[in-house]
Design a protein around this ligand. Structure first.
Ligand SMILES: [Zn+2]
Length: 106
């Protein structure tokens, strides 16, 4: 992955002004220069991307949770319908579990 101009402008420029030190090393993942702030070396672009990814996952998770709540509140009386209903719920829960795992990864 390469850096977009926007990423450089939005992430790297403010860092330089915040007193972070640009190191003589580059991130093996995205090629951005690494920075050091308060004794911690990090890649600002990867951190930013990770944050964005987590925010996106959270959004999807919320939509699924909402849907799950609606389904749970509207269980049909008909056994066959109920079975279908529960299958859908099961799938949603399944996906939610997977998202939780994704969020946990660094
Ligand atoms: Zn990086």
């Amino acid at each position: 992955m390469t850096l977009s101009d926007e990423e450089i402008r939005k992430i790297i420029t403010p860092l330089l002004f915040s007193g972070a030190k640009m190191l003589d090393k580059h991130c093996p993942k995205c090629g951005s220069p690494l920075f050091e702030l308060n004794g911690r070396a990090f890649c600002p672009v990867c951190e930013h991307r990770e944050k964005q990814r987590k925010a996106e996952l959270k959004g999807i998770e919320q939509i699924l949770m909402e849907r799950l709540k609606i389904l749970a509140n509207n269980l049909p009386n008909d056994i066959e319908e109920l079975e279908k209903h529960l299958k859908v719920m099961e799938k949603i829960i399944d996906i939610l579990e997977r998202y939780k795992k994704l969020e946990g990864t660094k």
